[in-house]
Ligand binder design. Structure first.
Ligand code: ATP
Length: 214
């Protein structure tokens, strides 16, 4: 099976499948049909069947998909079989919230280092992590840190990207949306909360009394 043949859109859905399957596993479920999984996750069952067909054959007629096997396979495809370490750069309000968020570990991700350029922040502790001077980013490789999380303001994003790429990271999760591209060498995924927020009113009924025109 050549994983690189899995389309990007299907890869995007894999973490959702993983989360759903982990929940089911936690409830003691052993197998599930594509229809039941579709109901749980809000995808269509044909979409799920099509996505799973990329992995090989996991469904047994009448009994559905083996949950543990699927979890193992999705972890393998996402390369989450080992703990993945990440460094966060920019321990402001957003950075702090991301750093304190406990929800990455279940997927095998851990933020193990944090960096800032503000002397007042360097040396402070957030949980077990001591905030380091951003000049120390060059040592990431030696510490087994392969991923960067960027929560600096826009104007500092480019230099942060450059430093992370120079430090040898393999991927960057960026919360600095004005950054156009990463470097071609590394995969950059950008989270732009404002872009999701501003399309929300489009889906809501208009309320003429309360709406103020701009
Ligand atoms: P605060 O006011 O506490 O700094 P904030 O969330 O308003 O919080 P931002 O201006 O968004 O701060 O900056 C986010 C964080 O990024 C800050 O901690 C800031 O010191 C840090 N930062 C800014 N530029 C850089 C840089 N070039 N390298 C590393 N960290 C940086």
């Amino acid at each position: 099976m050549k994983y690189h043949k899995i389309p990007d859109e299907a890869v995007r859905r894999l973490p959702f499948y993983l989360r759903g399957l982990l929940t089911l596993s936690g409830r003691g479920c052993k197998s599930i049909s594509s229809r039941d999984l579709a109901d749980l996750l809000g995808f269509s069952h044909w979409q799920i069947r099509k996505d799973f067909s990329y992995f090989g054959s996991f469904g047994t007629p009448g009994t559905g998909y083996d949950i543990e096997k699927l979890i193992k396979q999705i972890r393998k495809i996402l390369k989450l079989e080992v703990v993945r370490k990440a460094a966060l750069v920019g321990v402001g309000n957003l950075g702090l919230a991301v750093l304190r968020y406990p929800g990455f570990q279940v997927y095998g991700f851990e933020i193990t280092a944090a960096f800032d350029n503000n002397p007042k922040k360097i040396g402070r502790k957030v949980g077990d992590i001591t905030i380091e001077n951003v000049s120390g980013l060059c040592g990431l490789k030696k510490r087994g840190i392969d991923f960067g999380v960027v929560t600096v303001p826009c104007e500092a994003a480019q230099q942060t990207f450059d430093a992370l790429v120079a430090a040898g990271v393999k991927g960057i999760l960026s919360f600095s949306p004005c950054q156009k591209t990463g470097r071609e060498k590394v995969k950059v995924i950008t989270i732009d909360i404002a872009m999701d927020l501003v399309r929300l009113p489009y889906y809501t009924p208009a309320n003429p009394k309360r709406s103020k025109s701009r």
